[in-house]
Design a protein around this ligand. Sequence first.
Ligand code: ADP
Length: 300
Amino acid sequence: KGPDPDLLPIAERMATVKHKILVLSGKGGVGKSTFSAQLSFALAAMDYQVGLLDIDICGPSIPKMLGLEGQDIHQSNLGWSPCYVESNLGVMSIGFMLPNPDEAVVWRGPRKNSLIKQFVKDVYWGELDYLVVDAPPGTSDEHISIVQYLLETGIDGAIIVTTPQQVSLIDVRKEISFCKKVGINILGVVENMSGLCQPLSDVKFLKPSETGQPSDVTEWALQYMKEKAPELLNLMAYSEVFDSSGGGAMKMCQEMGIRFLGKVPLDPQLCKAAEQGKSCFEDQKCTASAAALKSIIDEL
Ligand code: ADP
């Protein structure tokens, strides 16, 4: 079988992209898009030229997470123009093409494949240091398509995002098996939502009651601490939300001989940054998750 003629223009288009990173997860809702968005913000802040391609066709959340909701894609004689957060951070997503964001995209595999092919062939990114590709959860049509196109033109590898509990890790093992089967290098696994971490001053204090609803005593507790031990208010509160007694992603990585990239705590400030379409690295308060993400990105 000769070379796929479609791959030639893809190769030409991708020739201006130095590094390509695929972000994967076994399950939805584990923070894959949040990680892709913050990775892109961080690389752009390091003055790299960055493109973020969202191929989560049925649930594109990247436009919102990058603060680009409601924007349209423009076409020029060079191809489709990404929407830009900054001059060095361009984004492409089906979310920019939907007339009504509430409408479901009900497409079979071939139609998804053809849009993904257009995304890699027809988008004019210009010179890019990094192309970050946010894939949907699982290992379905979209993955097979993107892998086919990117493998031909060279891909650095995949980062897999998971939460610590077994139900998520079971699916990560499948994601790892998928990467091995198709020949994609695994850059590493990120454990997201590893415990809840927030400043004590943001915590709600509840007094248990035998009769029913606990009562909110936050005002009293904060006032008490302010008077008796104000240094307590500088502390962070941390609690394990998901069960990680099985050793979490780190243990799984050790068992499977995969690189563990690090843990990112559940952090209300990171969620807020994602809701507002902002970088978590700008906000002084967003320390716990931002510091963790930064060290993971520096490790890459
Ligand atoms: P996925 O892409 O895996 O479906 P998302 O990135 O959309 O998951 O994340 C699901 C929700 O969880 C979003 O509202 C996101 O802002 C939030 N979230 C993700 N990671 C964290 C975290 N470490 N701390 C707090 N909220 C988070």
